[in-house]
Design a protein around this ligand. Structure first.
Ligand code: OOG
Ligand code: NI
Length: 475
């Protein structure tokens, strides 16, 4: 049985991209803009050293053109548990828990993604997956939502069979893989006929537009796809130059020499024609705003300490902005000012333990490793500190790329695409809910992996490999 999860994920991602480009032609234009921006950045030699360090292959256009993520929104525990099975076939596993009540939404989320560096390098596609929190809805809306969701099955019967096959036989045949892609796409396809009446849609939408988006259709349409860029500021500018309906600002940290975490922007969701059934079972024309195109620029993965500093600074910016009513360019100025407190050199990020790194032997280190005795001491006996190995240029480090998401940035992306012009920095914190990781994991039927743990294991393994090669007792 030839079943390579990485290949299947790549093929699925390509098929999804083609489907989405045909459904939302503006998304194809966005890909072209990203392509143009990256080519220009590479040509102008404006690449920052830090960016090169992130992923040297990324400057090679072929790999860079692959979509990095998409997003879907689900309604029930069954849908979440089944999507978990579907993504597992493609080597994508739930990582991280995102409490979106922080941003005022009755939802929580995880990201299904490859977990190892090798799998990420082969194809990094991941899907930000949200599920509705029924307990946060009013009774009337909850009843309506539960009724509508109980009537749909977003998975084809054939897909469900293939999931059983994959699990019981431990894989799929080549023919089954091809079928899996074709039938799996149906889960993410757009349907312009709603499953609810216009009145019901209005009730759902009045409570929250995202509830209407999740509940009113027979599939969980992909709501955006996202290529990665090496210069998001340039992409934002080019989108504006081309008259695309760009989001007002880039989410996440400000532009820096050492990019951290994730910066995102998008073109805003389009208003699309939708047909609603009325009481006499005829269709009436209405509209719905849901689907958009996004761009991401990925930076370094931060440690818990680094992330706490990021959150602290961002909270300060947001509370000051709310107090003073700061928006737009002034918000970005405020953000840049506050983020001056975040160290912006590789060595400071490393020495202050703010980011995760991958350690490697330098050519000097490799020469030492080849000899049977270590230049720094007796084989297998010595404990040498990492700072000493770095000082003697035996070992060097590169930052690890952040592979996850940011809940407040996600909130900003959601908000920009509700068709009401609310931007993240002026959002209304209407939700007073606690996170519910346990409830989420119960729906999912498994645990979500802790992203900090994954990065710190990668760092630890890289150090362990250096130790082994240098034949040291301990680093
Ligand atoms: C998901 C928004 C979150 C991101 O890039 O932060 C997201 C959604 O709109 O459903 O995709
Ligand atoms: Ni996104």
């Amino acid at each position: 049985m030839t079943w390579d999860q990485n290949v299947l994920r790549s093929r699925f991602c390509n098929a999804l991209s083609e489907m989405y480009k045909s459904e939302v032609p503006l998304y194809g234009n966005l890909i072209d803009v990203v392509w143009k921006a990256d080519a220009k950045t590479v040509q102008d030699g404006q690449k920052l050293d830090g960016l090169q360090a992130i992923d040297p292959d990324d400057v090679l256009p072929s790999r860079h053109r692959v979509e990095r993520h998409g997003a879907i929104r689900l309604g029930t525990a069954y849908e979440l548990a089944t999507i978990r099975r579907m993504f597992a076939v493609m080597g994508m596993y739930p990582v991280g828990y995102y409490d979106l009540s922080l941003a005022g939404f009755p939802m929580h989320a995880t990201a299904f993604r490859p977990k190892t560096q090798d799998a990420l390098a082969q194809n990094p596609f991941r899907v930000f997956t949200t599920v509705l929190r029924m307990e946060l809805l009013t009774e009337k809306t909850r009843n309506l939502a539960q009724r509508a969701l109980a009537q749909r099955n977003i998975f084809t019967p054939r897909l469900l069979q293939l999931l059983d096959h994959a699990e019981t036989k431990g894989g799929l045949t080549p023919e089954e893989c091809t079928e899996f892609i074709a039938t799996g796409l149906e889960t993410f396809r757009w349907h312009s006929q709603a499953t609810v009446t216009l009145d019901e849609y209005k009730i759902l939408k009045a409570e929250h537009p995202l509830i209407a988006d999740i509940v009113s259709f027979s599939s969980s349409h992909i709501n955006h796809l996202t290529p990665r860029t090496i210069d998001i500021d340039l992409v934002q500018q080019l989108m504006l130059d081309e008259g695309m309906p760009a989001k007002e600002r880039i989410e996440g940290p400000p532009k820096r020499s050492c990019p951290i975490l994730l910066r995102q922007t998008s073109f805003k969701a389009l208003e699309e024609t939708v047909y609603f059934r009325d009481a006499s079972d005829t269709f009436i024309k209405g509209s719905h705003t849901a689907r958009f195109g996004e761009v991401e620029q990925r930076g370094y993965a931060l440690t818990r300490e680094g992330r706490q500093l990021y959150d602290r600074l961002l909270n300060r910016v947001n509370s000051e902005a709310t107090k003073q009513g700061t928006t737009g360019a002034n918000y970005d100025k405020l953000l840049a000012e506050h983020f001056e407190a975040f160290p912006d050199t590789l060595s400071a990020l490393h020495d202050k333990n703010l980011a995760y790194f991958c350690y490697r032997l330098t050519p000097i280190g490799e020469r030492i490793a080849k000899k049977s005795t270590s230049a720094v001491g007796e084989v297998g006996e010595l404990t040498v500190s990492i700072s000493e190995l770095l000082k003697k240029e035996i070992v060097s480090y590169e930052p690890l790329t952040y592979e996850d998401f940011l809940p407040l940035s996600a909130g900003g992306i959601f908000n920009s695409n509700l068709g009401n012009g609310i931007e993240s920095q002026s959002k209304q914190l209407i939700m007073h809910a606690d996170p519910d990781l346990d409830g989420f994991q119960r729906c999912l039927g498994t645990h979500v992996a802790d992203e900090f743990h994954l990065y710190s294991e990668m760092q630890r393994e890289s150090l362990e490999s250096c130790r082994e090669q240098l034949q040291l007792k301990e680093i």
